[in-house]
Design a protein around this ligand. Sequence first.
Ligand code: HEC
Ligand code: HEC
Ligand code: HEC
Ligand code: HEC
Ligand code: HEC
Ligand code: HEC
Ligand code: HEC
Ligand code: HEC
Ligand code: HEC
Length: 343
Amino acid sequence: MRYGLSSLCLAILCVLALPAFADESTGKGFVLWAGAPAVDSCVTAQCHAILGQAKHVHAPVAEGDCLACHIETGLPHPGDTSMGLVEEEPGLCLQCHENPAADMAYPHSAVEEGCTGCHSPHQGGLPKFVLQAGGELCLTCHDDVKDGAYVHGPVKANSCQMCHGIHGGENEAMLNLPGKDNCLACHAGIRNIIDNAVSQHDPVVNGVCWDCHTPHSSDNKPFLTAHYPQELYVPYETEQYALCLSCHDENAFLYERTSEATAFRNRDANLHFFHVGRPQKGRVCKSCHGVHGADQEKLLMSKVPGFGSWEIPLQWDATETGATCYVGCHSSKKYDRLQRQTN
Ligand code: HEC
Ligand code: HEC
Ligand code: HEC
Ligand code: HEC
Ligand code: HEC
Ligand code: HEC
Ligand code: HEC
Ligand code: HEC
Ligand code: HEC
């Protein structure tokens, strides 16, 4: 029989399985391990020889305390069903460890399910015997985060920990920081726009950046949750503005005449339709509005970028019932919601 030592091993296991006590003189010791005599353990040249032969070895394995976790089933050893675990995970590990997510507001479900999804119980080449390094570990269960055509820089670099905790966290989705601070930590330019804006966009200020952006990857540039044109001019189609229209009423752009769908009208002539809603060359919202905030009311930008090095000036002087626009692309124009203005 190849495993000639098995009966001897079994005998030793029986002895070790008896209740034992922590070594109080050293303060060291595990529930089932009491600094037992240096008996030949389960690790011999013939049996389980690789255990202990790694850069990082788990203390109870290094000390031969196999029975801290394993228990005999009574069936002949070796054999698939001859050994079981003393307890299910994560209880198995929590015999000796604090639950690393215990006090966290948002524990990682992976931890509730166990520890060996990420840690080897025995040993490994990486510190803390994790199964994979860095974000590679996360991708073993979450490979879908890279599914979109465009992948966000820190995700591409597998830097999941730039935004997420590991065992859990204090913020929703175990994020390191509350809400948009997660993004503004790297995107100082957007923070600048928000801080200096005269008019602010409600979802940008009171929501989270991922109301509109996908944090990981997307089929819509720049990492948007729904389509929004990259161009400055596009023929009007509802799908082009899926992002804005997920919150805003499409009627503001759809009809040539309206007496209520938008305040951007000359009496009932819909100026949003005139600029945006045209089937041929419609202007995209960004030729007037700054989506993260702007230096005039109504998210209107005083300088519109995107035309090469030229920024088109746009000055909007509001009245009670309308406004006058001084723009780089046409002479000044007036509109009034009560009395049609002729320009
Ligand atoms: C900290 C707990 C723990 C300790 C200590 C421990 N093991 Fe394990 N061992 C496990 C877990 C968990 C598994 C995985 C069981 C499963 O897959 O169901 C396992 C699996 C095994 C297996 C099955 C093959 C494999 O590697 O997956 C062998 C053999 C084994 N252990 C031997 C040992 C020996 C020998 C020792 C002592 C040197 C030891 N174990 C110490 C927890 C432990
Ligand atoms: C019998 C007690 C015992 C059990 C059961 C046990 N561990 Fe450990 N574990 C230890 C000891 C002791 C250390 C060394 C602690 C130290 O060095 O600070 C350790 C270290 C670790 C470390 C490295 C910690 C560090 O800071 O380097 C990890 C990770 C770990 N154990 C995971 C597990 C997992 C996962 C399980 C369950 C499969 C488990 N442990 C079960 C006793 C145990
Ligand atoms: C989602 C993967 C994952 C799960 C599940 C997981 N861990 Fe960890 N754990 C890690 C990683 C990664 C580290 C290394 C952290 C570092 O190096 O900063 C770690 C570190 C540790 C450490 C070292 C101390 C520390 O907090 O850095 C201990 C102890 C530990 N884990 C125990 C456990 C126990 C016990 C469980 C199950 C109750 C568990 N882990 C579940 C991934 C995980
Ligand atoms: C062993 C599998 C496994 C590994 C490895 C793993 N996770 Fe998870 N994770 C889960 C499960 C299961 C859930 C709960 C179901 C879900 O949301 O997919 C989850 C949920 C999450 C959530 C959502 C939490 C919430 O409250 O909405 C985040 C964020 C997350 N994991 C990040 C990570 C990161 C970061 C890593 C790497 C450090 C990682 N995961 C590694 C299994 C895993
Ligand atoms: C730039 C910050 C950032 C990085 C980097 C990042 N995430 Fe996230 N992640 C988030 C945010 C924000 C959410 C919450 C999204 C929501 O609630 O819609 C989230 C949610 C999740 C979720 C739960 C919801 C879902 O989309 O399934 C998982 C799982 C997750 N992240 C895994 C990962 C993994 C794995 C990595 C690394 C490959 C990673 N994340 C990198 C910011 C980030
Ligand atoms: C760790 C730093 C880091 C964090 C945190 C971060 N980003 Fe990024 N982000 C980058 C880098 C680097 C790029 C440029 C590479 C690329 O396009 O992915 C980028 C690009 C972007 C772009 C596209 C920019 C463009 O000009 O096309 C958007 C949109 C974006 N991030 C949104 C977010 C959002 C939303 C969050 C929070 C969930 C966030 N970022 C958090 C580093 C970060
Ligand atoms: C209401 C939807 C919305 C919200 C909320 C939002 N964004 Fe954007 N973001 C956009 C749109 C649309 C673009 C494309 C801008 C364009 O084409 O002019 C964009 C572009 C970007 C870019 C690319 C560079 C640029 O200025 O065009 C970055 C970086 C960015 N957003 C980061 C953020 C961050 C960080 C937050 C949270 C503070 C955030 N966004 C919140 C809609 C939004
Ligand atoms: C997540 C929901 C959401 C999305 C997506 C969204 N908005 Fe808004 N927006 C709001 C809310 C809420 C307000 C404030 C209430 C209102 O005026 O309807 C607002 C207000 C505005 C205003 C008026 C600002 C003011 O000072 O009165 C403009 C202009 C605007 N949004 C443009 C856009 C554009 C352009 C897009 C697409 C790039 C967009 N929004 C996408 C929610 C959203
Ligand atoms: C030619 C410039 C221009 C374009 C292009 C434009 N808007 Fe406006 N928008 C305005 C002006 C000016 C106002 C302010 C009207 C007022 O209050 O007098 C406004 C107001 C708004 C408001 C506040 C509610 C309302 O309708 O009065 C929203 C929301 C809005 N725009 C969304 C959008 C969206 C979404 C797009 C693209 C689909 C867009 N705008 C394209 C100029 C423009």
